[in-house]
Design a protein. Structure first.
Length: 134
């Protein structure tokens, strides 16, 4: 039962890492919106610590670049395609920020808009890879 499996955060985290592992040696970069550790924001309280340690173990295998996209506060909250209300989403954002702080203190944050891809690439070039501005 796939739906039941997706409710197990340890299974989801292991699947995420398996996908990353299968790409290793075949690609230079992996870009994902579902990295190991994301399940920590959805799991039960008593699973956070062991799941966090598992995700930290997986993260050590890679050079990680963490980007946090924020929503434009002037735009209305879109409910289409979402499983959570705006209040629930804000609570999950708080959990995400807390988990990210535990993984790293180098999170790039930018607005989720048309300029975001260019901003993220610029940040990676300058701050992560050490390249001069183009």
């Amino acid at each position: 039962n796939n739906r039941m499996a997706l409710t197990d955060p340890f299974y989801v985290t292991a699947c995420q890492e398996y996908r990353n592992h299968m790409l290793r040696g075949h690609v230079e970069y992996i870009v994902t919106d579902s990295p190991p550790g994301l399940s920590c924001i959805y799991c039960r309280e008593d699973d956070i610590e062991p799941l966090f340690e598992l995700a930290r173990h997986y993260r050590r295998r890679y050079i990680n670049v963490d980007v946090r996209l924020t929503r434009d506060p002037m735009r209305a909250f879109q409910t289409y395609g979402r499983n959570h209300t705006e209040a629930q989403s804000r609570a999950l954002e708080g959990r995400l920020d807390a988990i990210l702080k535990r993984f790293t203190n180098n999170v790039y944050q930018t607005m989720a808009d048309r300029a975001a891809p260019h901003e993220i690439i610029r940040w990676c070039d300058e701050e992560v890879l050490g390249y001069a501005p183009r």
